[in-house]
Design a protein around this ligand. Structure first.
Ligand code: NAD
Length: 250
């Protein structure tokens, strides 16, 4: 990293485990103060206890506007106004369009898409009080292409793209950059049940590690000072294209 984020206040959702927890580690290693939030209170508190005074944990269900307001107030009273928001929380529900229940469709959209909107809606005033900063939203390669049996997840992740671009347009003049990351398959509890073969056809034919995504997050927060509204892909080349078998006889 070229620019310092020493002392910057970062609020991150879904931070108790997986990529979120790795982002917390990366942020404090570079001197940030982190408000880690999740609905997994035991894991979240354990992470904060392990990492020391630069991290505090508070419960935040991203679908609940009042919990967002409480989390912002807690962040401000603990560390000061939030400079960076990382909308990382997400869930995945498998099921074809025919099979998925309307309740599971709605729950996915509530957490993955409305949660991101609510986050920006409630945290932007704090970022303005801080004098500017940045937002990183978390989409997926499922926000770039379709995946069968993942309709709700795909729709939510495509939705975040539009929201990110809209936010970038609205907030650029306020000194707030808004960018999007698209992880491919990353080794976290979310994909623990899926086969390692998932990555076999990628140019980089392995599952990614959370710290490889954290590296992009840190770049976007600290150094990408001329990028906003844009999308950054960390996927081992998964969505680059596909190799066709050679056909010698026509
Ligand atoms: P994960 O399941 O380990 O972590 C997600 C976190 O979000 C969990 O700690 C969970 O408790 C939290 N969460 C769920 N519902 C919540 C709610 N209502 N309010 C607040 N927090 C809530 O998964 P992960 O892989 O670390 O996922 C992080 C983000 O990356 C998600 O947005 C996910 O969609 C995205 N992503 C993951 C992959 C992958 O392969 N792992 C790929 C692309 C995108």
């Amino acid at each position: 990293m070229q620019n310092s984020i020493e002392g910057h206040v970062v609020l991150i959702t879904g931070a108790a485990r997986g990529m979120g927890a790795e982002h917390v580690r990366g942020l404090i290693a570079h001197g940030a103060k982190v408000v880690a939030t999740d609905v997994l209170d035991d894991e979240g508190r354990a992470l904060a206890d392990e990492l020391g005074d630069a991290v505090v944990y508070t419960r935040l269900d991203v679908t609940d506007e009042q919990q967002w307001r409480d989390a912002v107030a807690f962040a401000e009273s603990t560390f000061g106004p939030v400079q960076h928001l990382v909308n990382n929380a997400g869930i995945v529900m498998f099921g074809s369009i025919e099979e998925l229940s309307p309740e599971d469709w709605q729950r996915t959209l509530d957490i993955n898409l409305t949660g991101v909107w609510l986050g920006m809606h409630t945290v932007v005033p704090s970022i303005k009080r801080a004098g500017g900063g940045s937002i990183v939203n978390v989409s997926s390669t499922a926000g770039i292409q379709g995946y069968g049996n993942l309709g709700a997840y795909v729709a939510s992740k495509w939705g975040i793209r539009g929201l990110t671009k809209t936010a970038a347009l609205e907030l650029g003049p306020e000194g707030i950059r808004v960018n999007l990351i698209h992880p491919g398959p990353i080794r976290t509890p979310m994909i623990a049940g899926l086969s390692e073969d998932l990555a076999a056809a990628q140019p980089i034919a392995r599952i990614g590690e959370p710290e490889e995504v954290t590296a992009m997050l840190l770049f976007l927060i600290a150094d990408a000072t001329y990028s906003t509204g844009h999308e950054f892909i960390i996927d081992g080349g998964a969505v680059v294209g596909q190799v066709l078998d050679t056909i010698n006889e026509q």
